[in-house]
Design a protein around this ligand. Structure first.
Ligand code: PLP
Length: 393
């Protein structure tokens, strides 16, 4: 029977109608501890009063004008992002994939503007995920997601994640940029060592190519710094962000240095909804919340606690948990059981987790998570682990 909504998702048999902080509630009032945050989106928790106020205040003024007019909300948010990053300029869009589309176009246009139009190829990394548009699918090169959608867009060349020698050998006169997630999310929470990110920055400088970071999942405080590349002490030329930037309201952004953005002149790119007044009002409130003194300290503190407790759990249940890895509040449990079974066992304990590649489940709680929340999550995870023990017995 045809379904009213195109059946492209494997949906869990549960629906949420309300959220508060780190908890979401079903129609009949069942509370779930949200350690997925809608795949790293509800960074400030559900129904954060400052975000609700920003949205309702804007909703009473104006919802939409157009990018053919001045957009004060965009300027305000752009300035806030510029103040706290490497960037000189920002393009607003509606999603992570769109932010990457802008980044890819910008990288190619840069070389055209610099008189090197042959520099078109973007080097990407095995296990990457950059979105579901045709360009971002081609960039990530995941055969599972590309199947049936040929012909794939040319102009991407993939090398193994973290293989510096292969990367250095792949750079040639056609290379425009390197595109990488500082921590692979969908790929299974695989952090790139900071020294490798520094080496990539140097390769880009040596060859006159651009470093493009996909911080859609790692950005906006997720790893305990505002952006994950800060751990390596480098800056990119271009950076795509989304997810946590809107705290649940759809918004994406492509940030760039003045030099990297040189080709993006009037009429080279656009979006009807991108940087809509509602989205930028919420985005501004999110930036205020995340950059407030002490906010990231809590991310780092809870991350440490979570890591320690997960390591202990791994020691207690080696038949269920193979490995624990990640950065900040972007943690992955590599399972010995099937990750989808582990996720289902956690759901039965009313704990929300997110699946990933490499048989991993992700823990991506709202960044406002407390010590009590972490302890509760660990109790639920322990019960989930025990349920496998019980089954095996
Ligand atoms: N890049 C990364 C690293 C992501 O994790 C995602 C989404 O999961 C995307 C890009 C695509 O973002 P969106 O689904 O908003 O298009």
């Amino acid at each position: 029977m045809i379904q009213p909504v195109l059946p492209t998702y494997n949906r869990a048999p549960v629906a949420f109608v309300r959220g508060e902080g780190c908890r979401v509630f079903t129609e009949n009032g069942d509370a779930y501890l949200d350690f997925g945050a809608g795949v790293a989106v509800t960074s400030c928790g559900h129904a954060h009063p400052r975000l609700v106020a920003a949205l309702t205040e804007q909703a009473q003024k104006i919802w939409h004008t157009s990018n053919i007019y001045q957009m004060p909300g965009q300027e305000k948010l752009a300035r806030k992002l510029i103040d706290v990053t490497f960037a000189d300029t920002v393009f607003f869009c509606n999603s992570g994939a769109e932010a990457l589309e802008c980044a890819i176009k910008m990288a190619r246009k840069y070389h055209v503007a610099k008189g090197n139009p042959q520099r078109q190829t973007i080097i990407t990394f095995a296990g990457a995920f950059h979105g579901r548009t045709l360009a971002t699918l081609a960039a990530a090169g995941n055969e599972k997601y590309l199947e049936g959608f040929e012909p794939r867009m040319p102009g991407f060349h993939q090398v193994a994640f973290g293989d510096h020698a292969a990367l250095a050998a792949a750079i040639n006169e056609h290379t425009a940029a390197l595109l990488i997630e500082p921590v692979q999310g969908e790929g299974g929470i695989r952090p790139l060592p900071p020294e490798e990110l520094r080496a990539m920055r140097k390769l880009c400088d040596d060859h006159g190519i651009l470093l493009v970071l996909d911080e859609v999942q790692t950005g906006m405080g997720r790893t305990g710094k505002l952006f994950a590349h800060e751990w390596a002490g480098i800056t990119p030329d271009i950076m795509a962000i989304a997810k946590g930037l809107g705290g649940g309201f759809p918004i994406g952004a492509c940030l760039a240095t003045e030099d990297a953005a040189i080709g993006m002149t009037a009429a080279t790119h656009g979006s009807t909804f991108g940087g809509n007044p509602l989205a930028t009002a919420v985005g501004s409130a999110v930036v205020d919340v995340i950059t407030a003194p002490g906010f990231l300290d809590n991310v780092q503190k809870q991350s440490l606690l979570l890591k320690q407790k997960l390591a202990a759990l791994k020691d207690t249940y080696p038949d269920v948990i193979e490995d624990v890895r990640g950065s900040g509040l972007m943690m992955g449990i590599k399972c010995r059981v099937k990750n989808t079974d582990f996720q289902a066992a956690a759901l039965a304990e009313k704990l929300l987790l997110i699946g990933a590649g490499d048989n991993v489940v992700r823990l991506l709680p709202p960044l406002v998570v407390s010590t009590d929340d972490v302890n509760e999550a660990i109790t639920k995870l322990e019960r989930a682990c025990m349920s496998f023990k019980a089954k095996a017995a």
